[in-house]
Write a new protein. Structure first.
Lengths: 612, 269
């Protein structure tokens, strides 16, 4: 059935408002009019008017992004030379950095022989809090001088300035469904249908998603954004590139107790616990508030890698707990991080479109830095766009390649990304190899790397029986599977209990249940009238899937087992749109294909916390 | 009727409903902790009033809707990114606090002054809309006082339904005690209609409406007049959270029957 859709013409349509888009719109908006308000860049869609630039963000507010950030802030400071961190809430200059190796005080984590050897050596010099401070932070990891900030507060600060300029429009709460592609040219975007049921069928209030036609579509919808995904499927990826490495970042914002002496700007990085593969961070903001959390990477080969429980065990590690005990949880959130870096770079431009930010492969996987790089790519595209507009040149692939990609290739972003390209390959063989590999890459500026075959996540996940071999009897695993599926709950908790992880002593204040984290921390909500944005492409593939890693990893417990098995159930009101379900799906849609069985689309709602 | 209504909606921001609110003593008096960092939404009752106003304006040709908002300019601007996509209106901004520590009388005076200054507003066709109360600001008295200051005698509070006849007269259903409605008739504008929830769902986001609204919203924000309606001259003896607040209790292994029983007990209490 053909749906009659309204169409609107603009000059530039933008998808997603994150750091990359912030850089793009900030730079572009400064060139649109002169000091008297006269158009310097005229609209072709509305002759006589300044350039018409619209940005659509799926979250319900521009401040609902999730990420605690430590950044060198090179590109940010270039855009705002007079930047005063005090002007941005929850922002501070980096004052002190430490990397801590955390021993396992519980004896519950899975540690290889190599890690055990490291534990033994670290144990000799470890503090009473089961941590060992690394005596030296390699320069490539060091963020001083830099900033710690909340991405939500930062985007709110940037977005407010952009909106006050009146030169660009940013519309939150408006998911983009797909790019409009005509004969391999992107001609705009289609917004999500509204007034529909969960399955997308029309209700009495049906309002078809509008087609926004634009001569340039700027795609900055992040690592799991629907527009980026569709472009990747349509145009493919450059030769030898692939997007196979990911991580879930799960974090909390905590009001620190008065006893905490960590000064604002303190940065702690941790390795070693709760599992050797899981990294942690703690950044201290002004006014005794901290952002802290963990990264659960795709090469942590656990079929039940349940982030929330791991986050709580990490928080309770003595080296972290001593700082936060007695504090209050203020916010919680989760997001997927694209960890493929330069190797995951898509085609950056094509006829009518350009890609910026994390989804364009800008994250530096050696330095663990993505915020600054994303902003820089936005600036680079804006400079190229201004150049093309002034020259009256159309947004063809060739012109964008020269004006944008040329700038990007010549910049520090690309040069450093090249050096970092193979930095994490060693993690494919194990944590220790990975850490050594990163060190070598960093110390030799990318000349020496420890290689490893990069497998897609679904190719590396062992069965639960393999994962628990020798630690949990297969009969007990079978019982857990049966009980979890019948109760519709994930297996992660039961498995961790069996593996010796103690129960979390919930206190309703700092250690709270996952559902309370959704409400009290993330303030997660979903407006009615939008379709479910998580679906299974081939439900039959789910029949033979156990454990269903999409359920296990789900940051908001929005996915749950269906009684009797089969396709998991999805509760949109719990979803934080982290997208982890998509890359944790263990069933390729077709054998040998990269695409898995979870269809993760653009959807409304999610976190309503501005502090993440 | 000829010419349609001039509908002025009074409405401002409140913190997003699930935020954790903590009153504190700030440098200029009581305020909410991290108020400027918290996401804000249009006050729910005012939101219903705005959507009803837009619906009415659509059905009565020649009608026009203004939204008069008293709140921190920066937060109002951010709110407009969402609201302006939903219905057409012209914005009038008063830059002042909206955190709950304001005097309704002062707020009403500021709103009435701003309404009187709206160019082209025909007071004989004026329907003054707003919420019957505010989620943060008052005890349900502000709209009454705005109406009094504008000399509007016909006032209806707690409205869920408005039916306009072709001659401009209308009937309303007002909420009264005991879950009952009072049905009233009015010969027409001017009148104050302070809404409860109405019957309309939140309109979808419409990009074209957003584009249209933005042409007037940004200039209105730039022209915002300061409204000193804070706690100046007022002494607050005590500031505390409402008694009804979320309390997390961790209960394990509770049976479904016990949960149901507890809910029933809570409802009965």
């Amino acid at each position: 059935m053909t749906i009659d859709r309204q169409t609107m013409e603009v000059d530039i349509a933008c998808v997603g408002f994150g750091p990359g888009m912030g850089g793009f719109l900030t730079t572009l908006s400064r060139a649109v009019v002169d000091e008297n308000g006269m158009p310097l860049l005229e609209s072709s869609s509305m002759p006589g008017m300044p350039l018409q630039v619209l940005c659509y963000e799926r979250a319900d507010d521009i401040s609902f992004g999730v990420s605690g950030v430590v950044t060198k802030a090179r590109s940010i400071r270039e855009s705002f030379p007079d930047l005063n961190p005090a002007d941005i809430p929850m922002t501070a200059e980096v004052s002190h950095e430490e990397v801590l190796y955390l021993l396992d005080p519980l004896g519950a984590s899975r540690r290889s022989t190599g890690i055990k050897a490291v534990d033994m050596m670290a144990g000799l010099i470890a503090d009473k809090d089961f941590s060992c401070k690394l005596p030296y932070i390699p320069p490539f990891l060091c963020k001083e001088p830099g900033l710690v900030l909340s991405v939500g507060q930062f985007t709110q600060w940037v977005g407010s300035q952009l909106m006050a300029s009146g030169l660009v429009q940013i519309w939150p709460g408006m998911p983009v469904n797909e790019p409009l592609i005509e004969e391999n040219r992107v001609v705009g975007i289609r917004l999500a249908d509204q007034g529909v049921n969960k399955d997308g069928s029309a209700t009495a209030c049906f309002m078809p998603g509008m087609d926004i036609k634009a001569s340039l579509t700027v795609v900055g919808d992040g690592p799991v954004g629907p527009v980026g995904q569709i472009l990747d499927r349509h145009f493919g990826l450059p030769k030898d590139n692939h997007i196979r490495e990911w991580a879930v970042g799960m974090k909390v914002v905590v009001e620190l107790p008065e006893s905490c002496t960590l000064p604002a700007g303190t940065v702690l990085h941790t390795i070693g616990f709760p599992e050797p593969e899981i990294f942690g961070f703690l950044y201290v903001y002004p006014d005794r508030v901290a952002s802290l959390g963990i990264f659960v990477p795709s090469w942590f080969d656990s079929p039940v890698r349940t982030s929330y429980r791991y986050l709580q065990h990490w928080m309770m590690h003595p080296a972290i707990w001593k700082h936060i005990e007695g504090g209050t949880l203020r916010s919680w959130g989760a997001k997927t991080l694209g960890e493929s870096g330069k190797r995951g770079e898509p085609f950056l431009v094509g006829d009518g479109y350009a890609r910026i930010g994390e989804g364009s492969g800008s994250t530096n996987v050696l330095t663990g830095s993505g915020f600054d790089e994303a902003w820089a790519t936005g600036v680079q595209l804006a400079e190229g766009v201004i150049e093309l507009l002034k020259a009256g040149k159309p947004f063809t692939r060739e012109n964008l390649d020269t004006a944008y990609v040329g700038r990007r290739r010549a910049s520090w972003v690309d040069k450093e990304a090249d050096q970092a390209k193979k930095a994490r390959d060693g993690f494919q063989k194990g944590v220790l190899t990975g850490l050594i590999g990163m060190g070598l890459t960093g110390m030799t500026s990318g000349a020496i790397n420890l290689g490893g075959e990069i497998k897609a996540p679904h190719e590396r996940i062992p069965s639960l029986e393999e994962y628990c071999n020798g630690r949990i009897p297969t009969e007990r695993i079978a019982e857990i599977k049966k009980e979890s599926v019948s109760r519709g709950i994930s297996m992660g908790d039961a498995i961790m209990d069996e593996l010796g992880w103690p129960q979390i002593p919930l206190d309703g204040k700092l250690l709270i249940s996952q559902q309370d984290a959704l409400l009290m921390g993330g303030k997660v909500q979903a407006a009615p009238g939008f379709a479910d944005h998580v679906d299974c492409l081939d439900p039959k593939l789910c029949d033979s899937c156990s454990p269903q890693l999409c359920v296990e990893i789900c940051s908001g417990q929005a996915l749950s087992y269906t009684e009797g098995g089969g396709m998991p159930q999805f509760d949109r009101e719990k979803c934080v749109h982290c997208g982890a379900c998509m890359w944790n799906c263990t069933k390729p849609l077709l054998k040998g294909q990269e695409r898995c069985n979870i269809d993760f689309r653009g959807g409304a709602g999610g976190s309503h916390s501005a502090e993440n | 009727m000829t010419g349609g209504f001039h509908i002025v909606v009074c409405g401002s921001i409140v913190p997003d409903p699930l935020q954790t609110l903590a009153p504190m003593e700030g440098p200029t008096g009581p305020s909410l902790k991290n108020e400027m960092m918290l996401p804000a939404v249009l006050d729910p009752w005012a939101g219903h009033a705005l959507y009803e106003a837009a619906h009415l304006a659509k059905s009565v040709p020649g009608s026009k809707v203004w939204l008069v908002s008293l709140g921190p300019k920066a937060k109002l601007q951010q709110l407009m990114m969402t609201i302006a996509q939903k219905v057409s209106f012209e914005l009038v901004v008063l830059d002042g606090p909206a955190g709950g520590f304001t005097d309704p009388c002062e707020v009403a005076a500021a709103l009435a002054g701003a309404i009187e200054a709206i160019p082209g507003l025909d007071r004989s066709r004026l329907l003054l809309f707003g919420g019957c109360a505010s989620a943060s600001r008052d005890a349900g008295v502000t709209m009454q006082m705005v109406g009094e200051q504008l000399g509007i005698n016909d006032q209806f509070l707690g409205i869920d339904e408005l039916k306009v006849k072709p001659d401009g007269s209308f009937t309303v259903l007002e909420r009264v005690e005991g879950g009952q409605y009072q049905s009233s008739s009015c010969v027409g504008a001017p009148a104050v209609l302070a809404w409860a929830t109405g019957n309309l769902t939140e309109p979808p986001n419409n990009p074209q409406i957003g584009m249209m609204n933005m042409r007037t919203i940004m200039p209105a924000l730039q022209k915002a007049q300061p409204a000193p309606v804070g706690a100046s001259g007022v002494t607050y003896l005590n500031v505390d959270l409402p008694k009804q607040q979320r309390e997390t209790r961790i209960v394990k292994d509770m049976s479904v029957d016990d949960i149901a029983q507890e809910i029933v007990t809570w409802i009965k209490s």
